[in-house]
Design a protein around this ligand. Sequence first.
Ligand code: AMP
Length: 218
Amino acid sequence: MRKYVIMGIQGSGKGTQSTLLAEDLDLVHISVGDIFRWHIQHHTKLGAQVRRIVSAGELVDDELVGSVVRQRLDIHDWNYGFIVDGFPRNRTQAEFFLESYDIDAVIHLALPDDEVRRRVLARRLCSRCGLDYNLIAHRPETEDRCDVCGGELVRRADDTEEALERRVQDYHRKIDPVLELFSRKEFVITVDARPDRDTVQLDIRKQLGLPPAGDRNP
Ligand code: AMP
C-alpha cells in the first residue's frame, strides 16, 4: 500500500505525473479539482456551491474541501494505495490531513516562477470544444485553430499576467508553510519539474525507491 501526496504550482505537471504513477502502480488518483469540476458539470448541489469560486480560480473553503477529500477516501477502493493531487493547499488542510492519514511520501514538483509564467501564458483553450493546447508542448497544426473542431483558440479567462502573478504569490504564501510542516513530519522528495515528463517521472521513481515504470520485479 502506497499513500502519496503530490504538490506543485500550476503548470508543474502534477496531473500528468500523478496519472503516470497511478496507472503503473494501480493507485487511485484523487484530484480535488477534478472532483469539483465533475460536480459542476453534473449540476449537483456541491457543484452549485463551488462553481463561482472554482471558475474564479479562488480556493474553496477548508472545511468543505476537507469533507470532500474524506468522503472520497472513505470509499476505500484504494487497495494498492492512492495519490492525492491538489490537496493540501494550505496549512489548515495539511494539519487535517496529517491527523487523519499516514502518508508515505510527499512529492514536491519544483518549478521556478519564470518557467511557471512561460508555461501558463502559453496555454490555450478551444473556445468551441474546450480542448487544451499549449503553444510550447502541444501546438495546434494551424495557428489559433483547434485541430479537432476548427474552433478559435483563446486564453483561459484567468490566465492573464496580473492574475497569474497573484496566483504565484498566493501559492508561495500558502504552500511554503505546508512544505515546511510536511518536511518535519513526512518524507518529502523535491523533484525538478523542468525536464520532459518521462525524465521527471524517472526522477520521482528514483527518489521514492521505485523501479522504472512497468518493471515491478526488479
Ligand atoms: P486544480 O485543478 O487543482 O487547479 O483545482 C481547480 C480549482 O478547484 C481551484 O482553483 C480551486 O477553486 C478548487 N480547489 C482544488 N483543490 C483545492 C483545495 N485543496 N483547496 C481549495 N480549493 C481547491
